[in-house]
Design a protein around this ligand. Structure first.
Ligand SMILES: Cc1cc2nc3c(=O)[nH]c(=O)nc-3n(C[C@H](O)[C@H](O)[C@H](O)COP(=O)(O)OP(=O)(O)OC[C@H]3O[C@@H](n4cnc5c(N)ncnc54)[C@H](O)[C@@H]3O)c2cc1C
Length: 456
């Protein structure tokens, strides 16, 4: 009988969160023999590829890369990336802390390439189930992680700890849910879908509504106006104006790693109040330079007397329906006058944000063993889901702990230190159990052809 490898850690998702953890484990001498791997749904590394617009910049300093705050001497710093790519001096000449997202994506991919052997790309984790510890009553000793690859094959792996870093899921408000996907694009897949939806610039005019008041909505609106001469775009926002993201220095301190302690130390209600008080650093706000570009673009239209694009402020969308000819009719109410009107569009881009609850469905198979921990978001300071005593595996949550750990949780701001904290917790609890296989060689297709295969 084939003996099953038990991993010390499996990471679900290989975005910046688990990538940063991979780096941390590689650089920590004590973690050298931890058996670990990552499972990533995309066929190769990719960071928000659907919004990788050419001219968009990072909203965070490059010094908040995957490692610098923890160890500026690491070989995985953004500065070393520039050095190895032969662009360090030219980057310095730009006098900017904010590289383009395209360049930061290249940095992340450069780091990810170093961990290729640890990552099973093209596999989606579908469920996780408890594994009872032999001879220990009802105790749960480890977890079985099920995944499915692009060819429909299922894989399973067993682990004693899990790091869930699955990011957000496109949020589609109820008013748009019934429209279906035809000519309705969420911003997360904007670049991969927009040409199919609006066609090429030489084609017939298209009316496109962009819904949302945040950074992605503003970026999409600008991109439509720049690249698609045949598109008339309307940016529809509920608020009275596009508002700038507050990135002033005192406010920015809430993204310091130390601020996680401040938030975490508060009682639940006080945490919410703290987070709400700083919402305008991240939600429904836009970088000031982009607001200025949009304002100027709309102003120049009035100079040339060729109004093509519009900002519809104070506008609530009350209904969305598909017309007989496939267009989308939006019923919009002016929130100041109360006046409602209907307008038709050829396509919608929903820049309506992300849900951060994917982990709950993913961990559903464990729910009967977790008490209230999952439902109540009960997470320890070291990002470990607070599980009952009989449940031994450790589950670390990344990117879905905003309520307990603060606004930096969904961002890049604290990655270098969060991965340090998780690695420390992981090592502290590693038991050194002899039955565990160490450092298994990667052998994805260990048992191939079958519907279900054990995999390393
Ligand atoms: C367009 C855009 C720009 C942004 N810019 C910034 C910025 O400038 N600064 C900043 O601080 N933050 C920014 N953010 C916030 C963003 O959340 C973080 O940058 C970062 O992506 C968080 O990393 P993550 O690994 O937690 O999540 P993600 O980057 O979302 O990665 C999660 C990964 O998990 C994979 N996955 C999901 N489900 C499964 C599954 N079931 N099985 C296997 N794999 C799975 C996904 O394919 C994905 O690769 C931006 C967000 C967006 C959408």
């Amino acid at each position: 009988m084939q003996r099953e490898t038990v991993f010390d850690l499996i990471g679900v998702g290989f975005g910046p969160s688990n990538l940063s953890l991979a780096v941390r484990l590689a650089e920590e001498a004590g973690a050298a023999d931890l058996a670990h791997c990552f499972i990533e749904r995309q066929p190769e590394f990719g960071w928000h590829r659907g919004m990788l617009l050419d001219d968009c910049r990072m909203q965070i300093s490059f010094l908040k890369d995957l490692v610098t705050q923890r160890d500026p001497k690491s070989r995985f710093t953004f500065i070393n990336y520039l050095f190895e790519r032969g662009r360090l001096n030219e980057f310095v000449n730009l006098k900017s802390f904010y590289p383009t997202r395209v360049e930061f994506h290249d940095y992340l991919r450069w780091v990810a390439d170093a961990f290729d052997k640890r990552v099973h790309y093209g596999e989606t984790v579908t469920s996780i189930e408890p594994v009872h510890a032999a001879g220990k009553g009802g105790a749960i000793g480890s977890l079985r992680v099920f995944s499915r690859d692009g060819e429909g094959r299922e894989w399973q792996r067993v682990t004693r700890a899990l790091s869930v870093g699955v990011g957000g899921t496109a949020q589609v408000p109820e008013a748009f849910a019934a429209l279906g996907p035809h000519n309705v694009v969420h911003s997360s897949s904007y670049l991969t879908s927009i040409e199919r939806v609006v066609g090429k610039p030489e084609e017939a005019k298209k009316r496109v509504a962009v819904i949302g008041a945040g950074q992605s909505a503003a970026e999409v609106f600008m991109d439509l106006s720049r690249r698609f001469a045949h598109v008339d775009a309307s940016l529809v926002i509920r608020s009275g104006a596009l508002k700038p993201a507050d990135d002033s220095p005192f406010v920015n301190e809430i993204f310091n790693p130390a601020y996680t302690d401040v938030v975490y130390a508060q009682p639940k209600d006080a945490r919410r109040t703290l987070i709400e008080g700083f919402r305008d650093t991240n939600y429904a706000v836009v970088d000031r330079p982009l607001i200025e570009q949009i304002y100027e673009m709309l102003y120049l239209q009035t100079v040339s007397d060729e109004p093509r694009h519009r900002l519809l402020a104070n506008t609530a969308i009350e209904a969305a329906m598909r017309t007989a000819n496939g267009q989308i009719e939006l019923t919009m109410r002016d929130r100041l006058t109360g006046h409602a009107r209907a307008e038709r569009f050829d396509a919608l881009v929903l820049a309506t944000g992300y849900r951060r609850d994917t982990h709950i469905a993913l961990l559903e198979g464990l729910a009967p063993h977790l008490g209230d921990a999952l439902a109540e978001g009960n997470v320890a300071r070291d990002y470990r889901l607070a599980t009952p005593g009989h449940f031994k595996p450790r589950i670390y949550l990344q990117g879905c702990c905003e309520d307990s750990h603060g606004l930096s949780d969904t961002l890049l701001s604290v990655l270098a230190l969060r991965s340090d904290e998780i690695a420390a917790s992981l090592l502290e609890h590693a038991t050194g159990d002899e039955t565990i296989s160490r450092n298994p060689a990667r052998q994805k297709n260990g048992v191939s052809g079958g519907r279900m295969a054990f995999a390393l």
